[in-house]
Design a protein around this ligand. Structure first.
Ligand code: OSB
Ligand code: MG
Length: 366
């Protein structure tokens, strides 16, 4: 496949409510979209890098720059999505930027051949159960109101963001109010250290599905030590940037569950590799999220339909974050989202809405 040109488009998407995690508060999403144009089809990739390097070292300005200066020039004249990662390998890191480029190329290629993302990746179901990630709030009352709203909307699993000072109390309050049957998990976004093991063990009594990324990104050994001190299963997010990391975490005993985010690991092909590895080792996986618009969400929902995704993902409906999505909105039906069936990611941006939220565009001839 020959690429005619690539558009880098920045959009600003206001969030329906501030989203607070242990690393910061988001009020709007500054998203970089990559549109790859070929003679036969065009494809979209949503870069999940956030505006500041707080979740990981990547951030959106830098992602746009690395794509333009280093990634696009490294692509061969004739590209095949299956060869993109290899071509980009000499450039270290920048996995979110690489994922956006590879996804746009894969989307164009699948649109040209008429195959859907789900079919290409190996989806086993045509709809996926949905969880929701609930940010840190100013009060327990505010949290309970938010959780009640999500349960009423049909979400089948609740994830509470935690940090030191906001952990046992919110979990206890949610359990007391909504009962033991609610599938409940927590996400610390690396806010603790091994010194906090006793405090984290206080969460054991609440029957959580998992605790996500309690310790720092590069603390695989400490996570293995923590796992021995908790009955709550440990799930890794930030720590796993590749199949190699996943293999190391599994053999060290650092986690028994992995949150797979395609952007964090360099794309959907690496995401599938991690899925395959985990499945072979009996490690459960689920699909994480990065406040994607409908473009990124569509591809995530397809990934979440693979057979090893045995836990509900952070594949929420569009309205969880956005009043107006740039694609037709993803809407929960009975707690599930349908896997898009059309070619490629199966969705398109709505032109007028896209123009309205666009803050800049750049056309690059390759
Ligand atoms: O740790 O999973 C995370 C959002 C931004 C950065 C990191 C994380 C998150 C979420 C939200 O938890 C997931 C989503 O609903 O998209
Ligand atoms: Mg997480």
């Amino acid at each position: 496949m020959k690429i005619t040109g690539v558009e880098l488009r920045r959009i600003a998407m206001p969030l329906v409510a501030p989203f607070r995690t242990s690393f910061g508060t988001e009020t709007k999403r500054d998203v970089l979209l990559v549109r790859v144009v070929t003679p036969d089809a065009e494809g979209w990739g949503e870069c999940v890098a956030m505006s500041e390097p707080l979740y990981s070292s990547e951030y959106v300005d830098e992602a746009a720059q690395v794509i333009q200066r280093f990634l696009l020039p490294a692509l061969p004249n004739e590209v095949d999505a299956l060869g993109v990662a290899r071509a980009l390998e000499p450039i270290k890191g920048h996995r979110m930027a690489k994922a956006a480029v590879e996804t746009a190329i894969l989307d164009a290629q699948l649109k040209a051949s008429g195959e859907s993302f789900g079919r290409f990746l190996g989806a086993a179901v045509d709809r996926v159960p949905c969880g929701v990630s609930v940010g840190i709030m100013d009060s327990i009352k505010e949290l309970l109101d938010a959780v009640e709203g999500y349960i009423d909307e049909g979400y089948v699993r609740i994830k509470l963001k935690i940090e030191p000072g906001w952990d046992v109390a919110p979990v206890r309050a949610v359990r007391e109010r909504f009962g033991d049957d609610v599938l409940l998990q927590v996400d610390a976004n690396a806010a603790y250290t091994l010194v906090d093991a006793r405090q984290l063990a206080r969460l054991d009594e609440f029957g959580l599905l998992l605790i996500e990324q309690p310790l720092a990104n590069d603390d695989l050994v400490q996570h293995a030590q923590l796992a021995k001190q908790l009955t709550t299963p440990i799930c890794l997010d930030e720590s796993i940037e590749s199949a190699e990391h996943a293999a190391a975490a599994i053999s060290l005993g650092s986690c028994s569950i992995i949150n797979i985010k395609p952007g964090r690991v360099g794309g959907y092909l690496e995401a599938r590799r991690i899925h395959d590895l985990c499945r072979a080792h009996g490690i459960a996986v689920w699909c994480g999220g990065m406040l994607e618009t409908g473009l990124g969400r569509a591809a995530n929902v397809a990934l979440a339909a693979l057979p090893g995704f045995t836990l509900p993902g952070d594949t929420s409906g569009s309205s969880r974050y956005y009043k107006t999505d740039i694609t037709a909105p993803f809407e929960l039906e009975d707690g599930h989202l349908n896997v898009p069936q059309g070619p490629g990611i199966g969705v398109e941006p709505v032109k007028e809405i896209l123009e309205e939220v666009t803050t800049s565009t750049e056309w690059i001839t390759v």
